[in-house]
Design a protein around this ligand. Sequence first.
Ligand SMILES: *[C@@H]1O[C@H](CO)[C@@H](O)[C@H](O)[C@H]1NC(C)=O
Ligand SMILES: *[C@@H]1O[C@H](CO)[C@@H](O)[C@H](O)[C@H]1NC(C)=O
Ligand SMILES: *[C@@H]1O[C@H](CO)[C@@H](O)[C@H](O)[C@H]1NC(C)=O
Ligand SMILES: *[C@@H]1O[C@H](CO)[C@@H](O)[C@H](O)[C@H]1NC(C)=O
Ligand SMILES: *[C@@H]1O[C@H](CO)[C@@H](O)[C@H](O)[C@H]1NC(C)=O
Ligand SMILES: *[C@@H]1O[C@H](CO)[C@@H](O)[C@H](O)[C@H]1NC(C)=O
Length: 478
Amino acid sequence: MIQDIQPIARNFRFIGIMIIIVGTIIQFSDESEFVVYMSKLGLVHVPKDLPPKTEILDMSQNYISELQLSDISFLSRLKVLRLSHNRIQQLDFSVFKFNQDLEYLDLSHNQLRKVSCHPVVSFKHLDLSFNDFDALPICKEFGNLTQLNFLGLSAMKLQQLDLLPISHLHLSYILLDLGGYYVKENETESLQILNTKTLHFVFHPNRLFSVQVNISVNTLGCLQLTNIKLNDKNCQVLITFLSELTRGPALLNFTLNNVETTWKCLVGVFQFLWPKPVEFLSIYNLTIVEDIREEKFTYSKTALKALKIEHVTNQVFLFSQTALYTVFSEMNIIMLTISDSSFVHMLCPQAPSTFKFLNFTRNVLTDSIFQKCSTLVRLETLIFVLSPNFVQSEWCHYELYFAHHNLFHEGSDNLILILLEPIPQNSIPSKYHKLRALMTQRTYLEWPKEKSKHGLFWANVRAAFNMKLILATENNDM
Ligand SMILES: *[C@@H]1O[C@H](CO)[C@@H](O)[C@H](O)[C@H]1NC(C)=O
Ligand SMILES: *[C@@H]1O[C@H](CO)[C@@H](O)[C@H](O)[C@H]1NC(C)=O
Ligand SMILES: *[C@@H]1O[C@H](CO)[C@@H](O)[C@H](O)[C@H]1NC(C)=O
Ligand SMILES: *[C@@H]1O[C@H](CO)[C@@H](O)[C@H](O)[C@H]1NC(C)=O
Ligand SMILES: *[C@@H]1O[C@H](CO)[C@@H](O)[C@H](O)[C@H]1NC(C)=O
Ligand SMILES: *[C@@H]1O[C@H](CO)[C@@H](O)[C@H](O)[C@H]1NC(C)=O
């Protein structure tokens, strides 16, 4: 049945599309009998003439509003069904009763409000996230999904025992979309999640963080939060939210994506996490708003080894550089990465630093970290990413640094030069004795232009030099 199509014009378009679809199937069945790819074809229902041998069926990003038994019952070999980004409002799990091999079902980003339960046993990946469910869509039959690895869900409200039917399963990943969660005043809900290695929450992209749920998880190893909007007032709501979640001793990795916050609240979150068992803290896409003033930070004993912040946007109107950089430069951790930011710069640590790995890739990096800084003495290897521009505008600081410290002798292997593009000898100013000497003695590594080779490139660098410490610098305007 085709829903929400009244005008004749749209029916007409539908006929046109069907012809294209048939073409697509035939074309694909030449290449592979089992994969049918029908994404983004404007489909309004599941085509009738799917090849019975189909094993992988992708109908994501269409306008399908219904899934019926007769649509797929004859696909007895179906293993993977992708239906994300459609308009399905109801799902009866009995439609899969003849698809005994179906192990991957993606129904994320539909308009599901209701599921009807039916025994299903083979799912390994079941994604019902980003739908319109009021309560978590859990059937007691899910308790028999002993092979289930990934479970994606969404809900507007939570109740403590919602996940009880699946509490004995050992899941790798639970994705919980709370974008539509509505907050009840003066009320804290609670939810028990018994076993999962990774738990990923996605919140509303534009609302201030306000979720008040006491969530406890037994064996959590990785916690991930996406879309966090904070100011000085609701900062404590997040910290309360995290307090039960971060209690477990197994929690090693904590990742935040798309964070908008005041500096005060960010420092507050760091401070909260400092005594926790988290070893790897990563923040991707951070926006700092309002102002940056001095905040107290107590560098207590910490399990944290690495802090990584990638892509920082500065929307601050009042900005104390010292307040910002001191918090980072004094951190008692081993690895610090701050990349792709417009204002990063570092101060010389006041006491001998624990840093062994610093990565300031893609920043407008200044040189003050190098000037008369003797507290970073554990630096053992230095990488330079050279471009003609960098040589012209920045190298002078490093010449100075070498003159002061005489750390890297000719012939030592501690210095690695990476050329972004060829730099002719005669283009190096003659006052740069050190650089000229280095360039004549050393073979360079060439930075691959293809992005797909960058990972391999770094792996080779690491393997070749068995680095204990890296300082990677790269200039933004290269
Ligand atoms: C789970 O499977 C067992 C046997 O495999 C069956 O007896 C039981 O009814 C099933 N439970 C549900 C809730 O489907
Ligand atoms: C919430 O609590 C505050 C103060 O305790 C009270 O003034 C308010 O009426 C309460 N709101 C509701 C909806 O109960
Ligand atoms: C949160 O839940 C856990 C266990 O379910 C409980 O021990 C703890 O006291 C609760 N915390 C709050 C603040 O209610
Ligand atoms: C935690 O993060 C680190 C660094 O990103 C990674 O190497 C490690 O595999 C992660 N651990 C888990 C349990 O995911
Ligand atoms: C970064 O986060 C902001 C919200 O803090 C969001 O508006 C923006 O879309 C995000 N950018 C990317 C590339 O995800
Ligand atoms: C430095 O950080 C960037 C951005 O996170 C990453 O792509 C790069 O691989 C890192 N460099 C090293 C040497 O680890």
